[in-house]
Design a binder for this molecule. Structure first.
Ligand code: HPA
Length: 271
């Protein structure tokens, strides 16, 4: 694992990626808008980076983009790895460990999620304040490498209070509706049944998705402050459930992308 992180980081360093300060992970249907703001981008295909698996999901780009936004050096993942694609938890979180090794100081994450909170609507955004991990595996299972982090990382505040407070205030300034709540992480790839949505609501989740939490666990292990915003792409009311339409989910993510980009660019400039 240590060797893999080093080999991937060395490869990226040799392409001229020097001291990125802020890492960004762009989720399903998101990214094009954000990437347009990157000045003088250096673009690397995941498939060329040692130990980065080939991304299998066609609407995920699978590119690492390095450059400047508002004078800050950022390293963005356009597309991420998901557990449902068949990779191990260690594989899907390798990019976070590589970002940390390259010197990233803050990690900004986004995802598409199903909305179960009846007060909110699809197309809105939710700042993740906390999560419930329902995936059947954990990226920290197995031998712990002390140089990467502790055996039993604390999770009392998995999403940085500082970053979250900044985002709430930026959203207020920009008049963007930013809900705050709990993200439940499932393995997928199937969407949930009505009984599962009801269960997820009862255990305290507002939204559900298939990503982010493994990355957040590894970021916490590494002492890397992170934040995450969900784009609510579909309404998942168990008493009025419509069949899921993946094309529509992606289209809704695309429409909400401007507000998400605005928030993250505001945050980057404030760091
Ligand atoms: N479940 C339901 N709806 C969704 C999901 C999910 O995991 N992701 C995006 N919309």
């Amino acid at each position: 694992m240590i060797k893999q992180i080093k080999e991937a980081a060395d490869y990226i360093l040799n392409l001229g990626v020097k001291l990125p300060e802020i890492g960004v992970i762009l989720g399903t249907g998101l990214g094009n808008g954000f990437i347009q703001h990157v000045k003088d981008p250096v673009i690397v295909d995941y498939k060329d980076i040692p130990h980065f698996p080939d991304s299998t999901v066609e609407f995920h780009k699978g590119k690492l983009v390095y450059g400047e936004i508002g004078g800050r050096k950022i390293l963005a993942m356009q597309g991420r790895y998901h557990y449902y694609e068949g990779y191990s938890m260690q594989q899907i979180t390798l990019p976070v460990r590589v970002m940390k090794a390259l010197g990233v100081k803050n990690l900004l994450i986004s995802n598409a999620a199903g909305n179960m909170n009846l007060k909110w609507k699809k197309g809105e955004l939710m700042l993740i304040d906390d999560h419930i991990n329902l995936q059947p595996d954990n990226p920290l299972r197995g031998e712990n490498y002390h140089e990467l982090g502790p055996r039993f990382p604390d999770m009392s505040q998995p999403y940085s209070k500082i970053l979250n407070e900044k985002l709430v205030s930026i959203a207020r300034q920009k008049d963007i509706k930013l809900n705050v709540g709990v993200y439940a992480c499932v393995s997928g790839p199937n969407l949930e049944t009505r009984a599962e949505y009801r269960y997820l609501q009862r255990i305290g989740a507002d939204v559900v998705g298939m990503s982010t939490v493994p990355e957040v666990i590894v970021a916490n292990h590494a002492g890397l402050p992170c934040c995450a915003i969900s784009v609510l792409t579909d309404d998942c009311d168990p008493d009025n459930l419509q069949p899921a339409n993946i094309e529509e989910i992606i289209a809704v993510a695309g429409k909400a992308e401007n507000s998400l980009t605005d928030l993250y660019i505001g945050l980057i400039k404030s760091l």
